[in-house]
Design a protein around this ligand. Structure first.
Ligand SMILES: Cc1cc2nc3c(=O)[nH]c(=O)nc-3n(C[C@H](O)[C@H](O)[C@H](O)COP(=O)(O)OP(=O)(O)OC[C@H]3O[C@@H](n4cnc5c(N)ncnc54)[C@H](O)[C@@H]3O)c2cc1C
Length: 477
């Protein structure tokens, strides 16, 4: 058995060497190898230590769609050469956008942004980050629905769904893509929109990296000026009132389409301290919008309001050099259950303090009517079966890599306790948001059998050799 595994490793290494030789002959200028400056720049640009620790045999930074096409033609002809597709490297799990020994395709050079003459559409290179887009559109009177943190990649966010400050108004980020330029696994370049390759068009709206390498997204714009941002921090002793107010908001039959809310719990294991806060954004320049009155009325430690542009607000500092973990679940509203979740969380992680500490963050994000389509042709997320509630993102960051498996085990045990409890009360929803999911979760399966079946059929049609299923990491079909 050991001999067989060793043989497989040797064959895979030989495949990478062969593929890199071919890539070097045809795309030499865009290829870099260990210790080259460009190689190091790519490998160190991943957001999590887990991703930046992997060592690809070479990094390809294509400068044009034709180079992406040539690369995929070569890679699909090579026998089992693993490769990775990297946008801005913000998926935390190892192997999702990087690879050990194979070829990492770093799309960051494809980051141009342009606005159509009539301002109705922005064309964005798939390697751009959201700040590039917001800054380009700043002052034009229009914006697009993208990531709230400007360092996040356009590619990964839109292919997994995309929650923006405008989700309550225009739905998921992917719902606002009007055309995709895609390179198929065999190197063919196509454009997918409502009339050309409509199956591919739909499958890309939540299908992740399973359909092709997207090189350009054309996004519908909408009129947008400055926004209002309010950060409120509370003592953890106010948790019951905050959960009550949050629940009332998401249960309200007329959720304000201009509201964008995240309520978060933060725990620092080193000091055993909890923090509770709400980020209450309003996408018009209104100081203290009335919609959030119940949250503002709860006694708080601080409340800071700013009226600023989207570009300014998204211009955050990245937090490198940490291990990171994401995991998710989706629940129906219940303040009582939220308090129970907090108690379960507290009892599981309170005394867990590996060397270097862990910072836990639990973000609670409303899943409101605008995110739930009436029919299944808007995206592939399967949310026509869901009901209003909230999406939970558990994230953890810690410096000490020897604690990885322990932190992951803690997160898993919190998640399974929450889900078992919610299920018994009829509060658990099927949906697992792909961009927040842990590697052990099955977000594509959470869309439902029909959606998964459609994704599989579309993948077979456009990638009959199953290259993207066998040779590329991430959530697979
Ligand atoms: C600090 C932070 C803030 C975040 N904020 C938000 C938020 O506001 N809203 C939200 O919805 N999510 C948010 N997320 C989650 C985010 O959407 C995902 O982490 C997303 O995967 C990041 O995309 P990326 O291109 O940076 O990542 P990468 O790690 O480069 O890519 C993620 C996945 O997408 C694939 N991929 C990327 N580009 C392409 C492409 N062009 N073609 C084919 N496959 C591709 C990769 O292969 C990989 O599997 C946030 C994450 C972080 C770390």
């Amino acid at each position: 058995m050991r001999l067989f595994s060793a043989l497989v490793v040797v064959i895979l290494q030989a495949a990478s060497v062969l593929a890199s030789t071919c890539l070097q002959q045809q795309l030499g200028d865009s290829l870099s190898f260990p210790d080259d400056t460009t190689y190091n720049a790519t490998v160190s640009s991943f957001w999590s230590i887990q991703e930046s620790t992997l060592r690809p045999a070479c990094v390809l930074r294509p400068a044009t769609v034709l180079e992406v096409s040539k690369a995929l033609e070569i890679l699909s002809d090579s026998v089992e050469c693993e490769f990775a597709i990297k946008g801005r490297g913000h998926a935390p799990a190892a192997g999702f956008a990087n690879v050990n020994g194979g070829v990492a395709i770093d799309l960051t050079a494809l980051s141009s942004v342009s606005l159509s003459q009539d301002s109705s559409m922005a064309s964005v290179g798939a390697g751009a980050k959201w700040l590039d887009v917001y800054q380009h559109l700043d002052g034009s009177g229009v914006q697009v629905a993208g990531g709230r943190n400007g360092n996040v990649g356009v590619g990964g966010l839109l292919l997994g769904g995309g929650i923006s400050h405008f989700t309550t108004k225009v739905g998921w980020g992917c719902d606002n893509v009007v055309n995709y330029e895609v390179v198929l696994a065999n190197g063919t370049i196509i454009n997918a929109d409502k009339t050309n390759h409509p199956d591919m068009f739909l499958a890309l709206k939540g299908g992740g990296n399973n359909l092709g390498v997207v090189t350009r997204f054309d996004l519908a714009t909408f009129p947008q000026g400055n926004i209002s941002t309010t950060t409120i921090t509370y003592s953890i002793s106010q948790s019951a009132e905050v959960f009550e107010a949050f629940t009332k908001l998401i249960e309200s039959s007329n959720y304000d389409p201009l509201a964008s809310l995240i309520t978060s719990l933060l725990y620092l294991s080193a000091t055993k301290t909890w923090r509770l806060s709400s980020s209450a954004v309003y996408t018009e320049p209104v100081t203290q919008p009335a919609f959030y009155d119940e949250l503002f009325a709860i006694p708080h430690e601080s409340l800071v309001n700013n009226i600023i542009s989207l570009a300014e607000y998204a211009d955050e500092k990245d937090t490198f050099s940490f291990n990171w973990l994401f995991a998710t679940t989706t629940l129906k509203p219940s303040a009582e259950n939220m308090q129970k979740m907090f108690d379960t969380l507290n009892s599981t992680i309170y005394s867990f303090n590996p060397e270097g500490g862990v910072t836990w963050s639990i973000a609670l994000e409303p899943l409101v009517a605008a995110m739930l389509p009436d029919s299944g042709d808007r995206d592939i997320l399967g949310l026509e079966r869901a009901c209003p509630g909230f999406i939970v993102l558990i994230s953890a960051l810690w410096p000490n890599s020897t604690a990885n498996s322990e932190v992951e085990a803690k997160a898993r045990s919190v998640l399974s306790a929450w889900e078992a409890d919610a299920e018994s009360k009829g509060l658990l929803q099927d949906f697992q948001y792909l961009n927040y999911a842990a590697p052990h979760q099955r977000p594509l399966h959470s869309y439902g059998k029909d959606k998964l079946g459609f994704l599989k059929l579309t993948s077979e049609k456009y990638d009959s050799a199953r290259i993207l299923q066998k040779d590329v990491g991430g959530f697979k079909l």
